[in-house]
Structure formats: C-alpha cells, structure tokens
Design a binder for this molecule. Structure first.
Ligand code: ADE
Length: 238
C-alpha cells in the first residue's frame, strides 16, 4: 500500500513513520508513506499557498494551484486511488471504514489548514471526506495519522500472530473483555479464578459475557447495531 500525504507540515509525520507498528510495516516494505509538502508546488514567488475567501469572512483558504499540480503529479492511477480529505464536515471515521480502506492499494490524504480548501478541488479530486469526531482541530495532520495508524495495522502481514486484531474491541462489534497478567494477587487484588482454570471453553464464555456486560453498560448503541448485522448469528435474533 502506498500512502501519500499532502500537507503543509510534512515533518509532523515522523511521529508515526519510524516508530512502532507503522514503522515496522514500512521497514518490511508492506507500506510506503510519503509526506509531500504542498508549498513545494506553489508557483507564487513568495511560495504562498493560501488566499482570502471570495465573499469575505474570516480565515484563509488553501489555493487550487499547488493542490491541483501536486495531484496531477501523484495520481498516475486516479481510478485506483482513494483521495481522502480530512475535515470536520466529513463522515465520522470508524473501524468499518478502516477495514475497507485497508484493502486499497493507494491512499492519498489531503490535510487542510486555515478555513479549508477550495470547493472546486474537492469536487474535482476528493473521493471521501472523513472526520475523526465532533471537534475542530487546527489541521488535518493529526486526523490523517489517526487514520493511517488504524488502517495500517489491518493490512495483511503487518501484525504478527501475537498482535491479532480478531479479538479486540469493535472487530466483533463488542467492547473488549478485561485483561490480566502476573502476578495472580497484586496487593490483594486477585485475577478472576476462571482465568486460572485452564478450561478454555469456560474462559471464552466468561470473556464473551464480560464483553456483552461492558458493551451494554458503556455503548448500548453497539448492541443495537449487532442486531442489524447479517454476518453474525445472534441467538434469538428474530
Ligand atoms: N480537521 C480539523 N478538525 C478535524 C476533525 N475533527 N476531523 C478531521 N479533520 C479535521
């Protein structure tokens, strides 16, 4: 998977590029991350990339010229690229979107700043507008990193078998059960007996029950969603 990022702050991406699982995926050659500076494409003699909004109002708007020129260079394969603009106006990101984007070959992220980007750029190039939640950040870089981190770990071959995502929150549609490690008794706080029993059938049942309990308590909306899924069988669903 090739991930290109159009940004005014390419150095911000060093935070994820060389570290942890995303860094390892790059080293293994499974993914390639290319932060690209929008300013490098500006034809303005002062390298300006923004201008005042038509119609007045506060804030500046990223100009078309550097963005269009960058895209024309990048999209050798426009038909097969997902071009994602990070914006609070977009569709709210979730695990399902992460899963579907992890199957793509080319992702291009557009990180806006100021008041945003020219609508004609969005109309011409952008395939998906995505938000990471109902709050406003100063730019699209942190949202792009959130998406990249959650997408890359789902790309086949990135996680090793001890890091599988099959069991974790949201994969099954439920929140995850609690985890414990040694020692059995820590300052009088004991690990639930069942986890020490060696009976994997009972342990799995306990974990499922705990998952259901915590999901009902914290995210009843997820339970409602489970009943709408047709890829899993819920007893007494009808
Ligand atoms: N840019 C600024 N705020 C954002 C958000 N919440 N999601 C995505 N992009 C953004």
């Amino acid at each position: 998977m090739i991930i290109d990022i159009l940004t005014l702050f390419p150095q911000m991406f060093t935070a994820i590029m060389n570290e942890s699982i995303v860094g390892r995926a790059q080293e293994k050659g499974i993914i390639e991350i290319n932060p690209i500076n929008i300013r490098d494409f500006s034809k303005d003699k002062h390298k300006r990339v923004d201008d005042y909004p038509y119609g007045g109002g506060s804030g500046m708007v990223l100009m078309n010229q550097p963005l269009f020129d960058a895209m024309e260079l990048l999209t050798r394969d426009k038909e097969n690229s997902k071009i994602i603009y990070l914006t609070p106006k977009g569709k709210t990101f979730n695990q399902e979107i992460a899963k579907s984007l992890s199957l793509e070959k080319n992702l291009i992220f557009i990180c806006g700043h100021y008041e945003g980007i020219d609508q004609r750029f969005i109309d011409e190039w952008v395939t998906d507008e995505i938000s990471i939640g109902d709050y406003v950040l100063t730019g699209g870089e942190l949202p792009a990193m959130v998406l990249i981190d959650s997408i890359v770990r789902l790309v086949p071959g990135v996680l090793n078998k001890n890091e599988s995502f099959i069991d974790e929150s949201f994969y099954s549609g439920l929140l995850e059960y609690p985890h414990y490690t040694r020692p059995k008794d820590y300052k009088g706080h004991c690990v639930p007996e069942i986890l020490l029993s060696g009976n994997h059938k009972l342990i799995n049942e306990w974990r499922t029950k705990e998952s259901i309990k915590i999901t009902i308590e914290r995210r009843p909306d997820l339970i409602a969603k489970l009943f709408q899924r047709d890829d899993i069988d819920i007893k007494g669903k009808s």
